[in-house]
Design a binder for this molecule. Structure first.
Ligand code: NDP
Length: 335
């Protein structure tokens, strides 16, 4: 069983020396346990936070242990009456090829139906990223038909779902993403009305000018994945009573300062700004997954995947995710 451990904590950008690849034999199963062969590992921006021991909403990843991570795979052996060999499952198996799971613990392993939804989608559009998008949009922004919703990191796993869910609710949807290829795909494949390539704009005035052109009626909802200048630019175009779902601040995950220079606009625009962590809202997951699962199964929710091959390539793919090399959900294929 090849595994990737956290070897050291990064200062600034993470690098290969922060990880260590090891091979360990799979332990025999005890009663209640299940052996899962991972087919896909999910790579997610939150992992950068876990690599650090700074104060956060979650405890840091311990050193010299298998990196935390969402996984999708197949049961190969079971000493648990609720699982049998061949079951497709998702869990938090970590950066490794196999996991021995104490499957009686509530929620550690979920069986999934791959008849209409591919296994990998349970780590993306019909999994944590999809639910994140659903929660921030539906519960925080709560858009009305005809309103304008802006989404940053629009070509990503979360952002792509947000925009399509907002379109389905009758909104005008404008994405923000890095580079012309991503912007083209966000409009042509995901169906956003427009997408702004933020890399073309180095100053606030130019960025907010681009938003003004794309959002002639102002901005009613903003799904924030990035922070910094993009947030300020949106604030300058926000309508009265606009809502901001604070989902991610990836511009600051390597420790860069991400100043918010216009907080007075929250007051003058009477805005609601709400941060959330999706795993703290488990009550919303069934409703969200029902909508997301139906939309994916019927082909109405499109999603993209960037797939690295083999566990040894997980660190490189993770660095790519933090630099925007991915389009849609970043996965590692393990089988
Ligand atoms: P993505 O698939 O969106 O991948 C990350 C993307 O971030 C990159 O592709 C890149 O896209 C963009 N990015 C990286 N650095 C910068 C930067 N400096 N400025 C602007 N954009 C940057 O990841 P996810 O969809 O998985 O996650 C999106 C966001 O949602 C993240 O911030 C994540 O932390 C957050 N999140 C929050 C959760 C919660 O519970 N609150 C749960 C899950 C995710 P580009 O090329 O467009 O720059």
């Amino acid at each position: 069983n090849r595994q990737i451990l956290l070897a050291s904590r990064p200062k600034g950008e993470p690098s290969a020396e922060n990880f260590k690849l090891v091979e360990t034999p799979v332990a025999p199963l005890a009663d209640g346990q299940v052996l899962v062969r991972h087919h896909f590992l999910s790579l997610d921006p939150y992992m950068r936070g876990r690599m650090s021991d700074a104060k956060s909403y979650a405890a840091p990843q311990p050193l010299d242990q298998v990196m935390i991570g969402g996984t999708a795979g197949e049961v190969v052996e079971s000493k648990n009456p609720h699982f049998k060999a061949g079951d497709k499952v998702v869990g938090m198996g970590g950066w490794q090829e196999y996991a021995v799971v104490d499957a009686d613990q509530r929620g550690v392993l979920q069986k999934v139906d791959t008849t209409h939804v591919p296994l990998s989608a349970y780590l993306g559009a019909v999994g944590m990223p999809g639910v994140t998008g659903w929660y921030g949009l539906v519960k925080i922004i709560a858009p009305k038909a005809g309103e304008t919703v802006v989404v940053s990191s629009a070509a990503g796993a979360v952002g792509g779902a947000v925009g399509q869910l907002a379109k389905a609710r009758g909104c005008r949807v404008v994405g923000i993403a890095g580079g012309p290829d991503k912007c083209r795909s966000v409009v042509e494949e995901l169906g956003f009305d427009e997408c702004i390539d933020y890399r073309q704009f180095t100053d606030l005035k130019a960025m907010s000018g681009a938003l003004k052109a794309a959002c002639p009626d102002g901005i009613d909802g903003y799904f924030e994945n990035v922070g910094g200048m993009l947030l300020d630019a949106v604030m300058l175009r926000a309508n009265a009573f606009a809502r901001i779902a604070m989902c991610g601040m990836i511009a600051g995950y390597n420790g860069e300062p991400i100043p918010m220079t216009l907080p007075q606009l929250i007051l003058t625009n009477r805005m609601k700004v709400e941060g959330f962590i999706v795993s703290e809202h488990m009550e919303a997951w069934p409703e969200a997954l029902k909508e997301l699962g139906t939309l994916v199964a019927t082909g109405k929710l499109k999603y993209r995947e960037t797939v690295a091959q083999g566990i040894a390539n997980a660190p490189e793919a993770f660095f790519g995710l933090l630099k925007g090399k991915n389009q849609g959900k970043q996965l590692v294929k393990l089988v």
